[in-house]
Design a protein around this ligand. Structure first.
Ligand code: ADP
Ligand code: MG
Ligand code: ZN
Length: 676
């Protein structure tokens, strides 16, 4: 669960239409420009043919005009009286010549009336003075004629500046305005589209995170290391006077949900210095070089505010080993990483900027990143132990009213392998369950139910099994439980249930270790495998028929047996050779347990034979146990079918043990598993 606050999603209509995409911008702008220019030039001028202009001129209707480089503009008053006589012979001659053309022009105008709106307007109000414009034609006698008609006329050079302003600057201004408007819309958080190379780091104000060190529990060592960093920022002289340098970088390593991001937030809350927070993926963009630019920008900002802390979450997004893959994406990542390496420990050393980073894949990080001088301090934030879990539960129980019967220690006991996030989730589920039954306090039962829900998924009330299937499932589960109960090193049975839960399970048997262990012995592993096969064994013995229900058991048992042979060197035939590589994961719980074979064909055959041998032997033993305790198998199954779930106490009573769950391991009254 990543707790970094995201800006609320604003864009509700993504993908297909993308009306605000920048691609639309160009055609729309061109269209607007064209409309603008044509309106500006057309505004209030009526464009008339040159012949018509001459016609008006001859009849003395032209009042004034400006002869420009390639147009003539002016004013025509159709109501003006005709001049009395033509004294000038030249004019008379030209009049004769023009006569037929004039008539043709008039005719054309009449035709135009049907289609041309401008002419229609002209026809509707023929007697109003109007401004005209016409395209100038080479006409040497024009000046003479104007003179003769007594028109006020003048020449003009094209008004460069005013024209330029009107037809270019105004639309350009509009363009720029629109561009910035659209740009702001596109980039969600108010960043401009032009700021590609800007770092996306958020400067967290001191009080904003609201997380302090005492909100983090169960990882005392990590807290201690970080407290030192905070302390240095508060009292630098104390460290400097004795010649100590504070680490430039602190890398938090741990499986997901163990509180790495939370710890960083706590540092932000406690250190009274500026805190930049961002995630590794914030650097990565499609374009090569952007990430590097962002790193540069980030450190520039940080140096300006030193002393300060820069926190990079999910560092593996940019910190992967260089030169492993090929392609553009990789180029980009390598450049980003190189820039980061340089910024952290290059020539331009950055005093006072402490880089904090978190990752759950330290195995893929580039080695140059991990060397002293960069992330010289690596803090492992591992899954909490039993006391840690109790402490985390207590932290998250703040503000949640707990019933008097609640025993957080018991819950901590029942949740080995839970991360801080799992525990927080379980407590929240418990609160939801309590609220659902309108209670004012969270009871122990709510908590237990919530833990089960987190482990096995929610109950599936709608999945109804028929009687026969129910019986099969019940025998299967009791088979697991009984084999486990009669194996010396198996984890004690905590609960058996045939209420369907989660995605696949029709029923389940919950076995929990009485306390955390960090090593597993060979006997423990074999007992675990035997317990996993107990379900199938019970089906075989009682119903003389096997089902598909054991698939998951077989998968897990096989994987475990294979690990024993390949990784742990626990087989005599194969010996100590490690013949496989773990795919990912430094962490026992974190990695998903996939691994790749790394050996010759011959060894592979030996491994397969050995794995088969382990499984067959365990299955035989499981069958032996169940046949020996056949009466208990029937008894417990009958009870389970009646009540649908059995807790540890009832189960132990049914098989004749009066001991508490936690003591099962110590005082086993049963025969030990046959030595293998
Ligand atoms: P990650 O290690 O994956 O960054 P987070 O720090 O985001 O995990 O943890 C997720 C949530 O789990 C936190 O917000 C917090 O509620 C809870 N949590 C995890 N670890 C702890 C812890 N040690 N103490 C208290 N709460 C924790
Ligand atoms: Mg995180
Ligand atoms: Zn099973």
């Amino acid at each position: 669960m990543n707790q970094r606050e995201q800006p609320p999603k604003r864009d509700l209509m993504p993908k297909t239409p993308r009306w605000n995409s920048p691609l639309w911008y160009l055609p729309i702008m061109l269209l607007l420009l064209w409309i603008w220019q044509s309106t500006v030039s057309q505004f209030s001028f009526r464009t008339i043919p040159y012949s018509e202009f001459k016609d008006y001129l001859k009849h003395g209707k032209v009042k004034e005009c400006v002869v420009k480089e390639d147009t003539i503009e002016g004013k025509i008053d159709p109501t003006a009286p005709e001049p009395a006589g033509n004294t000038n012979s030249a004019v008379a001659a030209s009049e004769d010549r023009l006569k037929p053309e004039l008539q043709a022009g008039a005719q054309k105008r009449n035709e135009g009336m049907k289609t041309n709106a401008a002419s229609a307007a002209q026809a509707a109000a023929p007697n109003k003075p109007f401004l005209f414009k016409t395209i100038r034609i080479e006409d040497p006698k024009l000046a003479e004629e104007l003179q003769a008609a007594g028109v006020k006329y003048s020449g003009e050079r094209p008004g460069l500046i005013s024209q330029f302003l009107l037809s270019w600057m105004v639309p350009l201004g509009i363009m720029v305005l629109l561009w910035s408007f659209i740009g702001r819309r596109i980039s969600g958080a108010g960043e401009s589209i032009l700021s590609f190379g800007k770092s996306r780091a958020r400067l967290v104000p001191q009080a904003e995170t609201g997380v302090a060190f005492n909100d983090v529990a169960g990882c005392e060592e990590a807290k201690y290391e970080l407290q030192e960093v905070v302390d240095f920022l508060k009292h630098p002289h104390r460290y400097k006077s004795i010649g100590a340098n504070i680490p430039k970088g602190v890398l938090l390593i741990g499986p997901p949900g163990t509180g790495k991001t939370l710890l960083a937030k706590a540092v932000a809350g406690e250190a009274h210095v500026p805190f930049f927070s961002l995630s590794g993926s914030d650097f990565v963009e499609m374009f090569v070089g952007v990430g590097a630019a962002r790193v540069r920008d980030l450190f520039q900002q940080a140096k300006a505010k030193a002393p300060c802390i820069v926190f990079i979450d999910e560092l593996d997004a940019i910190g992967r080993q260089r030169g492993v893959h090929v392609g553009a994406v990789n180029d980009e990542r390598e450049q980003t990483l190189n820039q980061l390496l340089v910024e952290m420990d290059g020539f331009a050393a950055n005093a006072g900027v402490i880089v904090l980073a978190a990752t759950n894949r330290p195995d893929v990080l580039d080695r140059a990143l991990l060397r002293p001088g960069r992330f010289d301090r690596q803090v492992v934030v591992d899954a909490p132990d039993i006391d840690g879990r109790e402490a985390i539960l207590k932290v998250h129980a703040r503000g949640k009213p707990l019933g008097a019967d609640v025993d957080l220690k018991r819950i901590a006991q029942a949740t080995p392998g839970f991360s801080g996030a799992d525990l927080a989730n379980a407590l929240n589920e418990a609160a939801l369950l309590a609220a659902r039954r309108h209670a004012h306090k969270i009871s122990q039962k709510d908590l237990e139910e919530a833990v089960e829900k987190v482990v096995a998924g929610p109950e599936r009330k709608s999945r109804r099994l028929n009687e026969q299937e129910k019986r099969r499932v019940a025998y299967h589960e009791v088979g697991h439980a009984l084999v486990a109960a009669y194996s010396k090193y198996a984890d004690p049975v905590h609960k058996i249930s045939i209420i369907p839960r989660g995605r696949a399970a029709l029923g389940y048997t919950l076995q929990l270790p009485a306390d955390d262990h960090f090593l597993m012995t060979r006997s423990q592993l074999l007992d675990r495998i035997r317990g996993m096969l107990g379900g199938r064994a019970a089906e075989q013995i009682v119903l003389n028929e096997i089902t598909t229900g054991a698939e998951n058991d077989l998968e897990q048992a096989t994987a475990l047996a294979r690990q024993m042979v390949c990784l742990f060197g626990m087989s005599e035939t194969v010996g100590l050779v490690r013949c496989a590589q773990r795919q990912n994961g430094l962490f026992w719980h974190g990695g998903d347990g996939t691994f790749q074979r790394d050996c010759s064909e011959k060894t592979a055959e030996e491994i397969d034979a050995e794995v088969k041998e382990i499984l067959d032997r365990s299955y035989g033993e499981a069958k032996g146990i169940l046949e020996q305790h056949r009466d208990q198998l029937d008894l417990v199954t009958a009870e389970l079918l009646k009540t649908e779930s059995l807790d540890a106490k009832t189960f132990n009573r049914l098989i004749g043990r009066q001991i508490d769950n936690a003591e099962v391991r110590k005082g086993h009254p049963v025969e030990p598993a046959p030595p293998t």
